[in-house]
Design a protein around this ligand. Structure first.
Ligand SMILES: [Fe+2]
Ligand SMILES: [Fe+2]
Length: 343
């Protein structure tokens, strides 16, 4: 009897939870969870809330097998009907909103395993870009930006030393912020002033996304420790807010600082490559996500990945120094063609 009561209470809590999640976050969320769950099955990746949702459904569907034989048929029937009902709701939600991902394949016909980016967003990095190009500081703003970046490098060098994998992973969490802030503020400005942005919103958001893909790649190679996660939280809290204020006050200084940060990133990745060549860092196979994102050969290695990331950084350097130059000429970004798809 007691077991029956406990079981009923537990079932009530579980059902209550499923009801709450449907009503509070909406059917669209349920569908999204289902899709992500499916993609997790395909890609073998697991993370966060989506994983929780997936596991929850697996738990529900496997629960009858774990129920003791003493459970009455009536209980089983009720449980199964609840399951069917929940399952039915998910199908209905998917059907109702009409959102479904068509079957996407690679060029060789194999299934596309990623939901985070699509084949048409991938590219071959332009490795012919000049890695040594440098913007010589000409005026006070340039010199201030240059000195600021050089100063920021001191604690970075002390903290990471030659641990380039860890260094790259941590710095990419910062590198993906400026593009998002710039794109967001230009977006808001476009709304406020009823003006086109000249493509710059998209260009800066592309940069942010590209930087985030660097991070998604690095995290496949280096797993962040708990205190590194804590450091990222702190740094992001400070850097995001500081950069918003800086971009609002002086976009030309903000872009110049990012331009110099990118020059430093090129330097760091060059040192990373030196350590791979010397054998200090093992030249492991490239992560699958990197092979698809940069259209690398299947036998690509870490060295190939770092080489294409370094080329990306050189492109970001150009974009940001260019943006700063536009401001220095007394113009707005929208007056110059945005470097869309510049990789
Ligand atoms: Fe990056
Ligand atoms: Fe970058």
């Amino acid at each position: 009897m007691n077991r029956f009561v406990v079981r009923s209470v537990m079932r009530g809590l579980i059902n209550g939870r499923s009801y709450c999640s449907c009503s509070s976050i909406g059917n669209g969320q349920v569908y999204r969870s289902a899709i992500v769950g499916r993609s997790l099955e395909l890609s073998g990746q697991r993370n966060g809330v989506a994983f929780g949702g997936f596991e929850w459904r697996r738990m529900m569907s496997s629960s009858p097998a774990s129920v003791e034989k003493a459970t009455s048929e009536k209980e089983d029937k009720t449980e199964n009907s609840v399951m069917e009902e929940t399952k039915g709701k998910e199908v209905m939600a998917a059907s109702y909103w009409g959102i479904s991902r068509p079957k996407i394949t690679r060029e060789d016909g194999t299934d596309w395993p990623w939901n985070c980016f699509m084949p048409w967003e991938t590219y071959k990095a332009d490795l012919s870009i000049d890695l040594n190009k440098h913007h010589k500081p000409k005026n006070f703003t340039d010199k201030f930006a240059y000195r600021t970046v050089k100063l920021l490098r001191i604690p970075t060098d002390i903290f990471f030393q030659r641990r380039y994998g860890c260094r790259a992973m941590m710095l990419e969490t910062v590198a993906a912020v400026p593009g998002m802030v710039g794109g967001m503020l230009l977006h808001l400005k476009s709304l406020r002033k009823f003006q086109q942005s000249g493509g710059w919103i998209k260009a800066l958001l592309e940069e942010a996304e590209n930087e985030r893909m660097h991070l998604m790649t690095m995290v496949e190679l280096v797993k962040p420790k708990w205190y590194e996660r804590l450091l990222v939280l702190t740094v992001q809290g400070v850097f995001f807010n500081a950069f918003v204020v800086l971009y609002m006050l002086s976009p030309k200084l903000a872009h110049r600082i990012v331009g110099y940060l990118e020059e430093e990133a090129i330097h760091s990745y060059t040192e990373y490559l030196k350590d791979i060549d010397s054998g200090a860092i093992e030249n492991v196979p490239a992560p699958a996500i990197a092979i698809d994102y940069w259209r690398l050969p299947k036998a690509a290695t870490l060295k190939d990945v770092i080489t294409v990331i370094r080329a990306d950084e050189a492109h970001h350097r150009d974009v940001n120094h260019f943006a700063s130059d536009i401001h220095f000429q007394g113009k707005e970004l929208r007056e110059a063609p945005a470097p869309l798809g510049y990789h």
